[in-house]
Design a protein around this ligand. Structure first.
Ligand code: UDP
Length: 252
């Protein structure tokens, strides 16, 4: 057996070499960061919940025909994934106005405020570059600077809109409104096929309770509302996931 090697230590996950040349292991940490890591905390159990929730969503999307990097969950904090080269774009989908959209564009011409339901899903691109604070950009920037081809961007938008429809339905059925979320895509080693990568969890979605409007996502940390782990656990419970690993870790 070869020893695993750490390849990348991110804000919420660490990536290690996998058992095969075309696989990697992603480890979910308890670190929470916001505002480009200016704000940081360790929230015990967050990684376990994100691992479970992301597994559930990735399997559901895979089942519905979306190609993903996900292979299997290995244990409470790790997933086996296919090796991809990540396209340095953060693809954000918005169904309801919130966050930076409202801060940036609400005014006389664009009459939106927090909670405005958008007429159609809005797909935005941000450059994945911490040193520049992940600036928003047009798809033409991605093309002009060779980050992705036109064909790849078409595939990304097509998958993104399908994922949005599937996830909206999944969350609605458990009493949650999918406000917005962020996706990352990568190219599979060898074939260069575009697949969904990274994670989908309350760390990168806005999820509001349909009845109460309660926030069940990372805004609890961004806005110092407290109760983040409990909110993520509520999402996991509603999705029918077994959270016993969380209880076990808390007991140890
Ligand atoms: N998001 C993310 N990573 C980022 C930026 C945004 O996962 O680096 C997610 C965020 O959780 C939200 C959506 O993308 O669900 C839209 O975020 P927004 O642009 O409103 O930014 P924010 O208000 O979080 O700064």
């Amino acid at each position: 057996m070869t020893l695993r090697k750490q390849l990348y230590d991110g804000k919420a996950k660490t990536i290690f070499t996998g058992p095969g040349d075309d696989t990697l292991i992603q480890y979910f940490k308890d670190d929470a960061t916001a505002y480009n890591a200016q704000k940081h905390a360790i929230l015990a159990g967050k990684g376990i919940l994100n691992n479970l929730i992301s597994e559930h969503i990735m399997l559901y999307l895979k089942d519905q025909g979306i190609p993903t990097h996900f292979i299997e969950r290995m244990n409470e904090r790790e997933q086996l994934i296919r090796k991809v080269s990540i396209i340095p774009l953060e693809v954000v989908v918005r169904n309801i106005a919130a966050g930076s959209l409202v801060k940036r564009l609400a005014g006389d011409h664009i009459r939106i405020s927090l909670g405005t339901v958008l007429d159609q899903p809005l797909v935005e691109y941000y450059l994945k570059e911490d040193a520049l604070n992940d600036p928003i950009m047009a798809s033409d920037h991605a093309l002009a600077f060779g980050l992705a081809t036109g064909e790849e961007l078409d595939t990304i938008v097509e998958h993104t809109l399908t994922i949005n429809t599937l996830m909206q339905g999944m969350f609605k059925s458990v009493g949650i409104t999918l406000v917005d979320f962020k996706l990352e895509f990568g190219r599979l080693e060898g074939s260069n096929a575009i697949v969904l990568a990274d994670e989908i969890s309350p760390d990168n979605c806005r999820l509001w309770d349909i009845e109460t409007g309660d926030k069940k996502d990372k805004d609890r940390f961004r806005e110092d509302l407290g109760g983040l782990v409990e909110a993520y656990r509520d999402i996991a419970n509603r999705l029918g996931l077994d959270c016993s690993a969380l209880d076990q870790e808390r007991k140890d």
